[in-house]
Design a protein around this ligand. Structure first.
Ligand SMILES: *[C@@H]1O[C@H](CO)[C@@H](O)[C@H](O)[C@H]1NC(C)=O
Ligand SMILES: *[C@@H]1O[C@H](CO)[C@@H](O)[C@H](O)[C@H]1NC(C)=O
Ligand SMILES: *[C@@H]1O[C@H](CO)[C@@H](O)[C@H](O)[C@H]1NC(C)=O
Length: 222
């Protein structure tokens, strides 16, 4: 009897160990999954997907599947923040499927801002093609890493951390970013808080503002 209990305890702790080490390895190796083939151009017409898209047949894949021309066009910056992005994630660029990569182009009017946001699934690297921007990120213990970067500079925004870019030059600005996920996710902080219909009381108590201010912000982002 004792032996049975001891044995089941043993397998329980073994199971726990497996779970702990699995979550640890997922935690430290959390970029997109490694591919098991040379390429897997996404077949976006299939409605089933699990951690990526099914592959287009290799025999039907051509060089055009690997070329993306979307970034030739600038983003439209006639909007309230004066900046926007053209994304080249797997949805626009199916050749990225399973390769753990994506690209985007950021355009800024004078004074334009890509507001604070995170990419939950990717680190980002920006190359400043034109202009200068005050760019930065905040760590999970609220330490700020920010300064003005200009034409030719490259800056990294580590995975998941809140970051932004503000055009501080006298001209328009443009940057190219690459991210290590085929679909990094793009979550704007203010929009998430004030545009998602969270109960007012939560926002009042989170930001130490009154309900009127919450309503005002909700009307902007809602
Ligand atoms: C291969 O591509 C052709 C032309 O685009 C298309 O008509 C055909 O359905 C594709 N075949 C498969 C098996 O995907
Ligand atoms: C840019 O966006 C504005 C506001 O939505 C729109 O009026 C304008 O036509 C757009 N410009 C282009 C070139 O698409
Ligand atoms: C922008 O223009 C102002 C006024 O012309 C000038 O003082 C300033 O140095 C310029 N800034 C940059 C970054 O060129």
């Amino acid at each position: 009897m004792k032996l049975v209990v001891a044995r089941s305890m043993n397998s329980l702790s073994l199971l726990l160990l497996v779970i702990v080490s699995l979550s640890f390895s997922i935690g430290v190796n959390a970029a997109d999954a490694d591919p098991l083939q040379d390429f897997c151009v996404a077949d976006l017409s299939k409605d089933l997907s699990m951690n990526g898209f099914p592959c287009k047949r290799a025999s039907n894949t051509t060089v055009e599947d690997f070329i993306f021309s979307g970034l030739k066009q600038s983003a439209n910056t006639s909007n309230p923040v004066g900046a926007d992005a053209v994304f080249g994630s797997v949805f626009q660029y199916p050749g990225l499927n399973s390769l753990g990569l994506s690209i985007a182009r950021l355009d800024f009017a004078k004074g334009g801002l890509i507001p604070p946001h995170t990419h939950p699934r990717a680190s980002e690297m920006i190359y400043v093609v034109e202009g200068s921007m005050y760019a930065g990120f905040v760590t999970t213990d609220n330490k700020l890493f920010a300064r003005v970067i200009s034409k030719g500079d490259v800056m990294i925004f580590p995975r998941g951390l809140i970051h932004w870019q503000l055009n501080v030059g006298n001209t328009t600005a443009m940057g190219i970013v690459t991210l290590n996920s085929q679909f990094p996710g793009f979550q704007l902080i203010a929009d998430s808080m004030f545009g998602s219909n969270i109960l007012d009381e939560v926002l009042v108590k989170t930001f130490f503002i009154d309900e009127k201010a919450v309503q005002q912000l909700k009307s902007i982002f809602g």
